[in-house]
Ligand binder design. Structure first.
Ligand SMILES: [Cu+2]
Length: 491
């Protein structure tokens, strides 16, 4: 256990061990469904997305102050088809400025919803978002510089599924809420009154905010769902602020069919997958013959209070059940597990005409503590950095030429970080100095970064001018807010 993990474990245990244990023993709750807005049949009006203050009961019985998008916590599940344009009116009824970023979409910088497309209190932002990419699982969340962590944690996030002709005709389950479920996975902290808690400190800035209680679609885990006999499709989003999740099934392998940017070439079976904040994976659960199966999260060494609780009270070597699927009387999608899924072109680093290098810098503990004490002015005092430079709204860090293939090499001077690049999907050539696992060899927009090089091959096909640049950043949201972010143009 290194110094940061030790601090994380001891600090968290002192604050909330009693509450966390009580919650961990609760009976399964029904799986909530994100309300579906299915636009694949056609769009005849602008879609209103209203950001508002609300309260939400995660299952503790208390009304937690939250932020919601057309809901009291989180937003809808938007489903749209390649070739459509999404006309959206994002109305900010909050008393603070925000933005709404389309994470994963290949769209021009001026509709990307990054830190430069601020939506003032009372204002409405009305982009027409062109959907040109292949079937993929994307999401949207606040990207307000200095407030992304707090706003997203409180609920300003939702999921956007892009479908295409191939995905809609694929021999896969796709009946939403029956055999096709979207799961937003988050970790939360609750205070003694059962209200969702959030706070910052120097240590929180160092590690990112990690809660002791897993929440799925706004309900405290474990959750349960009755499903038909057949294959069940789970579309997973790690929307934690900072926590990497190691996911496995109670029985059998994890069957991965898609990454952030689309289908894998073929299904990958693996004992477990590691999902960083910001990552998405689609998996299949085979309930053609099994009566039940569960999605579990495991806690290894140095995973904070969840690890402590998992080791002390959990079964199965520290695993905690997130979702249990149980067969009911109905019969659903009983087709076979898929073989080939998509044509994935080979990712050849020799195709790159330019290489860029990025080093993620943590900053000092004393500086982070001072920043936490002055959180209202976080943007003015960037401590974390990339290549030695904290994020600055008026500085462009890189200039990229549209349509050219590049190799980006990323490393970190301390800790493990999830790195995200706007405006593209990329392929991972190496991750933390090694070949990425087979399940991460498809189209991605997130890569894990530690010491050793993480290399991604990418290309940008849309403009991002200096007035609306793209971002690259750590997706530990507190790191991003503390300055571990940079800006680039594409012209
Ligand atoms: Cu980071």
């Amino acid at each position: 256990m290194n110094r940061r993990d030790f601090l994380r474990t001891t600090a968290a245990a002192g604050v909330t061990i009693a509450g966390g244990f009580a919650l961990a023993q609760s009976a399964p709750r029904p799986l909530p469904l994100l309300p579906l807005t299915d636009l694949t049949g056609g769009i005849d009006t602008r879609l209103p997305l209203t950001l508002a203050r609300a309260t939400h009961d995660f299952g503790t019985g208390a009304a937690s102050p939250t932020l919601g998008i057309n809901a009291d916590y989180l937003g809808p599940l938007l489903r749209i088809k390649q070739g459509q344009t999404l006309p959206v009116d994002v109305r900010n009824t909050l008393d603070e400025t925000t933005t709404l970023h389309w994470h994963g979409l290949h769209i021009p910088g001026d509709v990307d919803g990054g830190p430069h497309q601020e939506i003032a209190p009372g204002a409405t932002w009305s982009p027409d978002v062109p959907i040109t990419q292949r079937a993929s699982m994307n999401w949207f969340h606040s990207h307000m510089h200095g407030a992304t962590a707090r706003q997203t944690y409180h609920g300003l996030a939702g999921v956007l599924l892009v479908e295409d002709d191939a995905s809609l005709s694929a021999d896969l389950p796709q009946t939403y809420g029956v055999d096709d479920f979207t799961l937003v996975l988050q970790d939360k902290m609750f205070n003694g009154a059962g209200e969702m808690d959030y706070f910052v400190s120097g240590e929180v800035f160092e590690d990112g905010f990690e809660g002791d209680t897993m929440v799925i679609n706004g309900a405290i885990a474990p959750v349960a769902q009755t499903v038909p006999t057949g294959l069940i499709r789970l579309r997973l989003l790690n929307a934690c602020n900072a926590r990497f999740l190691t996911l496995s099934m109670a029985t059998g392998p994890v069957r991965v069919i898609a990454t952030e940017g689309g289908f894998l070439a073929s299904m990958v079976e693996t004992d477990s997958i590691v999902m960083s904040p910001g990552e998405r994976y689609e998996i299949l659960v085979d309930l053609r013959t099994d009566d039940t199966n569960s999605l579990n999260v495991g806690f290894g060494d140095g995973e904070g209070l969840l690890g402590l609780l998992g080791g002390l009270f959990g079964g199965g070597g520290g695993d905690q059940t997130l979702l249990t699927l149980t067969r009911g009387a109905d019969t659903g999608f009983t087709g076979a597990l898929p073989d080939q899924l998509a044509n994935l072109p080979p990712a050849n680093p020799a195709d790159a005409t330019k290489t860029r290098t990025f080093q993620l810098n943590m900053g000092g503990s004393a500086q982070l503590a001072a920043l936490a004490a002055d959180w209202g002015n976080i943007c003015g005092g960037g401590v974390m950095a990339i290549n030695g430079m904290p994020m600055k709204m008026d500085r462009i860090d890189e200039e990229v030429r549209k349509g050219e293939t590049e190799l980006w090499r990323i490393s970190a001077d301390d800790m493990q970080h999830p790195f995200h690049i706007h405006g593209c999907s990329f392929r991972i050539i190496s991750q933390q100095g090694a070949t990425p696992p087979a399940y991460a060899q498809g189209w991605k927009d997130m890569v894990h970064v530690e010491d050793g090089w993480s290399e991604v091959l990418l290309r940008f096909d849309y403009d991002a001018p200096a007035t609306a640049p793209y971002m690259y950043h750590c997706h530990i949201l507190e790191h991003e807010d503390c300055g571990m972010m940079g800006q680039f143009t594409v012209t």
